[in-house]
Design a protein around this ligand. Sequence first.
Ligand SMILES: NC(=O)c1ccc[n+]([C@@H]2O[C@H](COP(=O)([O-])OP(=O)(O)OC[C@H]3O[C@@H](n4cnc5c(N)ncnc54)[C@H](O)[C@@H]3O)[C@@H](O)[C@H]2O)c1
Length: 332
Amino acid sequence: MIVLTGAAGFIGFHVAKMLLSQGHHIIGIDNMNDYYDVSLKKGRLAQLAQNDQFHFYQADISDAAAITDIFKRHGNDITEIVHLAAQAGVRYSLENPMAYSASNLTGQVVMLEAARHAKQLKHFVYASSSSVYGGNTKQPFSVDDPVTNPVSLYAATKRASELLTQSYANLYDIPSTGLRFFTVYGPWGRPDMAYFSFTRDILDGNPITIFNKGEMKRDFTWIDDCVRGIIGALYKPPGGGDDKYCLHGTPHRIFNLGNNKPEKLMDFVDVIEQAVGIKANKKLMDVMAPGDVAETYADINPAVDVLGYHPKTPISEGIPQFVKWYKEYYKI
Ligand SMILES: NC(=O)c1ccc[n+]([C@@H]2O[C@H](COP(=O)([O-])OP(=O)(O)OC[C@H]3O[C@@H](n4cnc5c(N)ncnc54)[C@H](O)[C@@H]3O)[C@@H](O)[C@H]2O)c1
């Protein structure tokens, strides 16, 4: 039995679907917060609920009592945890910092405590982020790079969640894998992300705001590639101190899950325009958005080596599929 936090979220929903299709029994947890349109979260859950191997709890991961209760109820059946619930988004961390400390710091400790007491647990897999590379200029970003310069509170909490996990791996020998995702996109995606809001604004005839005159690059990861990476990781818990990717001899590894192919932001906008069939009204800003970074670029060699991770979907294939879903979902 697999506990999946953030099950009503974008990535969690797709992970749940794939795990269910493989015959797993899932305990989904999500607090259904309104950071973005809750009807999307409800729509994802409605699909998952069609499978009777899926059981859902609306609970907050920063609420230790509620999470302990769920784990007590399912006792010895829990063999894996995929912990994806978090307060995401760089820009919102400027407005509502406390949401990040509750979900990403307290929530991580609560989930680690739950992992520690789950007697049959074989693997704790959790979401981190490319944002931990912050102000790093060395490209591509490698898991061996120092990550000491977060440029947003979101990034700092994601890096902290890795360090909290390292302490639990050290103290309690919990086999753990952290996955640094790089701008994941696809159907049922997140309305706060640029690919989603650009598509919406172009279709609605609204201008799109492009920071730093578009001089940015992003390593975009198609959702199915990301999900295959997460599930590949889930099936391969770290082997212990002899594993060369284990951190400081503990059963804890961290991998980048990106596409290893940064795209220029303006090329990405072009692909959206072509998929939508409308030219965007672009409002170019001189400045970078606060907390943003100019470029992300994942070195994925360790994930290829250990997890058999092979992202294969370029934005020229992924974006049209997203736009198709968008038009169907919003009946355009
Ligand atoms: N999508 C990306 O490009 C991306 C990139 C880097 C990292 N990540 C990380 O991947 C994970 C999943 O991201 P996503 O894009 O699916 O985001 P999402 O916001 O769609 O999903 C997160 C889910 O967690 C839930 N949640 C938030 N706080 C919670 C709490 N305190 N208790 C219970 N549930 C809570 C939300 O309701 C949401 O459904 C997150 O940890 C995020 O930080 C995502």
